[in-house]
Design a protein around this ligand. Structure first.
Ligand SMILES: [Mn+2]
Length: 415
């Protein structure tokens, strides 16, 4: 049984105002070829299919076209998709009635019975080449507010959901390997603060990998954008995003995971690297340059034009300054001339008074670099001379996660 695990596509994402449709198209074409070449039996997408609860039409078309082509090209393929914190559950599930339920399962949120999450309903049987059920997925979506208690018992409640799903799978499909999906932040994971919105699950930001009970053959995670495995009772991996979601992820190596199960024990897996469709450039490679040196380096860039304008490399320019430099972005753009790149970001780092750059900064940071939790902590220190107590900081983080999640699309959606 060969299962391909991927996550965090973020269809519809823009990077500093640039549309990423061409990159998503490249990735999805590559993925279709990979499903074929590696004779994949099932595709598992572990959340954040879309970037926003109300994704642009083009992003939805992209997903539907992909699903249609994948099912036509691989008549034996099963597809399991779960919602992440960026997805609107109803929006993600919207096409489900039109799809062949024996081949595609979409869980925007945890299914509920009698008002509480019902783990037994998350089970999806997967068929092998011969059409025999050969593995089971517990398709556990990102737990929405209301799925779990918020009084600190959230982690235990989620652990109970995973345990109940495993028990139900063993009862219904005895002897078959069971794979779990999850969209959450597991302790010890390497985070990318610029592109991952913090999630709060039952009052906690990161949960221990111990919450997955022994007995799962593999845990297919989404949420963290760097591809990584974590120590747990079974193989447990974040597939990672298919390409950088922010300039800070330019050094990541992106991949999907080929998971092979054979019987009930832990699955084996290997990574399949995803080709990067668009280059990410930084001037300079590391650190920062004086304004004049940065402008000269930018003017000296020698870049061959790509086959289409929406595959032009992204460029970040990092400048070290002692005082505000007016018009820096315009001057960088001028220095670039018609070099075929997309100027994503010009960052000014203040040298400050000794210490590290931007330490004791005399300049306000750029809006997208301000961490709301940090502002909250500063305000608290200013008013009360102490850091906010843990409970208050947690409450603020929860509020922030709620604000980011936006309204669910279940009822009365207008935008
Ligand atoms: Mn994500």
């Amino acid at each position: 049984m060969r299962i391909l695990h991927t996550a965090d596509w973020h269809l519809g994402q823009e990077l500093h105002g640039f549309d990423r449709g061409a990159e998503h198209d490249r990735f999805l074409v590559w993925l279709l070829d990979t499903l074929d070449e590696d004779a994949i039996d099932a595709l598992v997408v572990a959340g954040d299919v879309y970037d926003t609860v109300n994704p642009p039409v083009a992003a939805q078309q992209r997903l539907y076209r992909f699903l249609n082509t994948a099912l036509a090209r691989r008549p034996g393929l099963d597809i399991v998709i779960v919602g992440g914190n960026h997805d609107g559950p109803s929006r993600l599930e919207l096409p489900a009635p039109l799809l062949d339920r024996s081949r595609i399962s979409i869980f925007g949120a945890l299914p509920r019975s009698d008002g509480r999450p019902d783990p037994a309903r998350t089970l999806v049987p997967l068929t092998d080449e011969a059409g025999q059920v050969a593995a089971v997925v517990a398709a556990i979506a990102y737990p929405r507010p209301g799925d779990l208690p918020v009084d600190g018992g959230g982690a235990a409640a989620l652990a109970a959901i995973y345990a109940e799903a495993l028990a139900a799978a063993r009862e219904r499909f005895p002897g078959l390997p069971v794979i779990a999906t999850g969209h959450l932040h597991v302790t010890g994971g390497d985070v990318s603060a610029e592109s991952e919105r913090p999630v709060m699950i039952g009052g906690e930001e990161a949960l221990s990998p111990d919450l997955f009970p022994e007995g799962y053959a593999y845990v297919a995670l989404g949420h963290l954008h760097r591809a990584q495995g974590l120590k747990a009772a079974m193989p447990l991996r974040y597939a990672g995003a298919p390409f950088p979601m922010s300039m800070a992820e330019r050094s990541y190596r992106h991949s999907v995971v080929l998971v092979e199960t054979d019987g009930c024990g832990p699955a084996t897996h290997r990574l399949i690297p995803v080709p990067r469709p668009v280059a990410f450039l930084r001037v300079p490679e590391t650190g920062a340059l004086d304004p004049e040196a940065a402008l000269a380096a930018v003017a000296a860039l020698d870049i061959a034009p790509p086959e289409s304008p929406d595959l032009r490399p992204y460029l970040e320019v990092v400048v070290a300054i002692d005082a505000p430099v007016p018009d820096l972005r315009r001057r960088v753009a001028e220095a670039l001339g018609d070099t075929p790149v997309r100027l994503a970001r010009v960052r000014s780092l203040s040298r400050g008074s000794g210490g590290s750059l931007a330490d004791g900064a005399s300049l306000p940071p750029a809006l997208d670099e301000i961490d709301p939790a940090d502002v909250f902590a500063r305000l608290h220190r200013q008013r009360f001379d102490t850091d906010p107590p843990d409970a208050l900081a947690r409450a603020f983080a929860e509020l922030l996660a709620d604000a980011h999640a936006g309204p669910d699309t279940d009822a009365g959606e207008t935008a």
